[in-house]
Design a protein around this ligand. Structure first.
Ligand code: ADP
Length: 251
């Protein structure tokens, strides 16, 4: 969404508290569940604040059409989609330019973590379905998708964890929600493989000076580390008996 950069002073009050009650360096509550769709090879559900997102993975499987198969690795295909009821006003269910762009950056964010070379002549399909959106859905979708890929048993170098920081009312803030995204001045979503510190997604909507960029990047990276902890706990919970893990992020 484009930045309006209008009067955004109401977004952070004099005590440094944001509209939804968070401090400027605070993440929204995050909940991750693993393996909830019986028909998918791997699946995950994430609540990231008011975002509610399902990720489903199919594969590795035969490629159709056959000519799109690669001899030395699997083809990763991603579809990010917002359901018509995920926004305040009904969204056209047809894929928009924005959804096509997010599907592409999502594939590029996940690909470096996957050992696609282990599955030649196959395809891996990742579906990310946004049931309710509230800003930051690409990050939440990437985090859910990487957990779903792990749940599908795909060989991975690491999980991919994503989180955004931004600029609102002249201040750098962690984890921009929908109102802040629309009325704020910048949004910087990033995705990383936390154990190697490799960045696999970095986008910037709006403007930040050098100092603001470095601060926002550091904060977003910290947010990614917190998401990583929750992703790991959700996967461990799933495979050691507990099917659901609800964790309030330590701030
Ligand atoms: P992200 O969700 O990754 O932050 P954007 O910055 O493009 O992606 O969008 C921010 C938010 O704007 C979305 O999460 C969603 O809440 C809202 N939004 C996006 N597209 C639409 C749409 N077609 N109708 C209504 N709201 C939308």
């Amino acid at each position: 969404m484009g930045k309006q950069g209008g009067d955004s002073t109401r977004l952070i009050n004099d005590q440094g508290i944001r509209l939804d009650g968070r401090r400027i360096d605070e993440l929204r509550p995050v909940k991750i569940e693993v393996g909830i769709l019986k028909n998918a090879d791997g699946s995950a559900y994430i609540q990231f604040g008011k975002n509610k997102i399902m990720a489903a993975v199919y594969g590795p499987k035969e490629v159709h059409p056959k000519h799109s198969a690669l001899p030395d690795r699997s083809v990763l295909r991603c579809r990010y989609h917002m359901s018509p009821f995920s926004t305040e006003e009904r969204k056209n269910p047809a894929p928009s330019r924005r959804e096509i762009e997010i599907s592409k950056v999502m594939r590029e964010a996940l690909e470096p973590a996957l050992m696609l070379e282990d599955y030649p002549r196959t395809a891996i399909d990742v579906f990310v379905e946004v049931l309710q959106s509230d800003g930051g859905s690409r990050c939440a979708g990437i985090s859910a998708a990487s957990v779903a890929l792990a749940d599908a048993g795909i060989n991975m170098r690491d999980l991919v964890s994503a989180c955004a920081a931004g600029k609102v009312a002249g201040q750098v803030v962690l984890d921009v929600d929908d109102t802040e995204d629309k009325e704020g001045q910048a949004d910087l979503p990033i995705a990383v493989m936390p154990s190697t510190n490799q960045v696999t997604l970095l986008q910037l909507d709006g403007q930040l000076n050098d100092e603001e960029f470095n601060k926002a990047f550091d904060w977003a990276l910290n947010g990614c580390r917190k998401v990583y902890q929750l992703q790991r706990e959700a996967l461990i919970g799933r495979y050691f008996g507990k099917n659901e893990k609800v964790i309030e992020v330590e701030q």
